[in-house]
Every structure is written in structure tokens, then in C-alpha cells.
Design a protein around this ligand. Structure first.
Ligand code: AP5
Length: 237
């Protein structure tokens, strides 16, 4: 089959008989949330982001949310057992039958092993781990200008990706705010946590033959295009 019809098939979305499970991996501010929004729309899959789930819990003042905040404010990881329990509960909601876009999980080898177990229980497998590569310098630029919608969690950027309209046509930008953990000192701590605890996970997925590295610098649409090309190769369509 030639490449052009293959691309067209992918751009038309996911065939009804296909499933697709993608893990988005990358440092804070690398664009996981931004790209997840595009991929979820494209493939009509749920976006499962552990950071968003913690923030949702915090908004609802649950014990889990209050506990998570103590770690998030320091730029540290929430303990594995708590995080894995939350992901297990999320995956049991029944909207992920055709797959999902996982963002921000796993972040440790223990979490990756737990996800393997969960996938086995569901009779499914991860199709690809897309690792978004962005320099630390660019990350600091991105996070210092990031603004987020409190209602739908969509990330924008004051300069690079300003709010033009709500992707869900629900608001006019009145819920935008800056995250507490985007303060420069917390960003530095989050980057340190990524390099020491999360980056080693790349070897885990490289050895599993699932890792594809994506250059995460350049325009949002260019990064999306690189991701779509990688997904096309993995799905062999
Ligand atoms: P989480 O919310 O997951 O944060 P993160 O991984 O640090 O990632 P971010 O949400 O900050 O960035 P992103 O990669 O989604 O980038 P975005 O698309 O917004 O986690 C927060 C905390 O929760 C953690 O620190 C930890 O405490 C806890 N936690 C979460 N998961 C956990 C787990 N599994 N285990 C334990 N603890 C956990 O983009 C960033 C900015 O850049 C935006 O302004 C965007 O508009 C802009 N941008 C995006 N792409 C581009 C581009 N190509 N060019 C220019 N600008 C761009």
C-alpha cells in the first residue's frame, strides 16, 4: 500500500475495529497535555493525565488531593501506591475500551510495572510510548508563560499558544490561571525529579521495543505531525 492512502486512513481517525493505547512521556512542560488534546480529538480516545486527576481531587478537596498537593508543591512525585490506585480506578470507568492517551504516568519503574499488570488484566497492551524531547532551557520558557483552563485543563501559553477560543466551546477564557507549581524554583525541582526518577524509565520502554523519541521543539503543529508519523509507522497503516 502506498504512503498517501495510509496517511489519509490515519487522518480519518481510528477504524471502529482498532484500538490504540499511547503513553506520552517527557519532562514537565514538554507538551504532553498540548499534544494529548490533539491526539484525543483525532482518535476519539480519552485523555488520562495523572496530574489533572490530582488537581481535580484537590479542587474537590478530597484527602487524596490534599495529600498530592504536599508533593506537587515541592516538585516531587506522589507515592507510587497512591498514584497506581488512582490510575486503576480511572481505567475501571469503562470509557477506555478502544484505548487511551496516557499523560504523565508512569513516572517510575514501579509505576511502569504496575501499568503492565493493569494492561494484562484488561487483556490489552501499550502500542507505543512517545517520548517528547525538549531542552531544559525551553521548558523554563514554556512553563513561565503557561496558563491553564481550570475547567477543561487545556494548556495555553501567553506568547507561544495564546487563548483564542475554548476547544470545547464552553467558555471565553475566564477560567485561565497559572499553576502553583510553575514557579521557577518548583520548575527546577520538577526537572530534577524528572532527570533522576523518571528519565531512567526510557530504558525500560526502549528494551520493550515501545519507545519512539519525538523532537518536541518547533511549532505545536509540527510536533503533532511528527507524532502522527510515528503512530502511522507503529500501526503499520
Ligand atoms: P503534571 O500535571 O503531569 O505535570 P508535568 O508532567 O510536570 O507536565 P506539565 O503538565 O507541566 O507539562 P506538559 O508536558 O503537559 O506540557 P504542556 O502541554 O502543558 O504533574 C504535576 C505534578 O503531579 C508532578 O510534579 C507530581 O508531583 C504529580 N504527579 C503527576 N503524575 C504523577 C505520577 N505518575 N507519579 C507521581 N506523581 C505524579 O505545555 C507546557 C507549555 O508549553 C504550555 O504553555 C503550552 O502552551 C506550551 N507549549 C506546548 N507545546 C509547545 C510548542 N511546541 N512550542 C511552544 N510552546 C509549547
Amino acid at each position: 500500500m502506498s504512503t498517501v492512502p495510509q496517511k489519509a486512513a490515519l487522518e480519518a481517525g481510528l477504524a471502529p475495529d482498532k484500538t490504540l493505547t499511547i503513553v506520552l512521556f517527557g519532562p514537565p512542560g514538554s507538551g504532553k497535555g498540548t499534544q494529548a488534546e490533539h491526539l484525543c480529538k483525532q482518535f476519539q480516545l480519552p485523555h488520562i493525565a495523572t496530574g489533572d486527576l490530582f488537581r481535580e481531587n484537590l479542587k474537590n478537596q478530597t484527602e487524596l488531593g490534599k495529600l498530592a498537593k504536599t508533593y506537587m508543591d515541592r516538585g516531587e512525585l506522589v507515592p507510587d501506591d497512591v498514584t497506581v490506585r488512582m490510575v486503576r480506578e480511572r481505567l475501571s470507568r469503562g470509557d477506555a475500551d478502544r484505548g487511551f492517551i496516557m499523560d504523565g504516568f508512569p513516572r517510575t519503574v514501579a509505576q511502569a510495572q504496575a501499568l503492565d499488570e493493569l494492561m494484562k488484566e484488561l487483556g490489552r497492551q501499550i502500542d507505543v510510548v512517545l517520548s517528547i524531547v525538549v531542552s531544559d532551557e525551553e521548558i523554563v520558557n514554556r512553563l513561565s508563560g503557561r496558563i491553564i483552563c481550570r475547567e477543561c485543563q487545556t494548556p495555553f501559553h501567553k506568547i507561544y499558544n495564546p487563548f483564542k477560543q475554548c476547544p470545547f466551546n464552553k467558555c471565553s477564557g475566564e477560567h485561565l490561571y497559572q499553576r502553583d507549581d510553575d514557579k521557577p524554583e518548583t520548575v527546577r525541582a520538577r526537572l530534577n525529579t524528572f532527570h533522576t526518577q523518571t528519565a531512567p524509565l526510557m530504558d525500560y520502554y526502549r528494551q520493550a521495543g515501545l519507545l519512539v523519541e519525538i523532537d518536541g521543539e518547533g511549532k505545536v503543529e509540527e510536533v503533532t505531525r511528527r507524532m502522527m508519523d510515528a503512530i502511522q509507522q507503529v500501526l503499520k497503516i
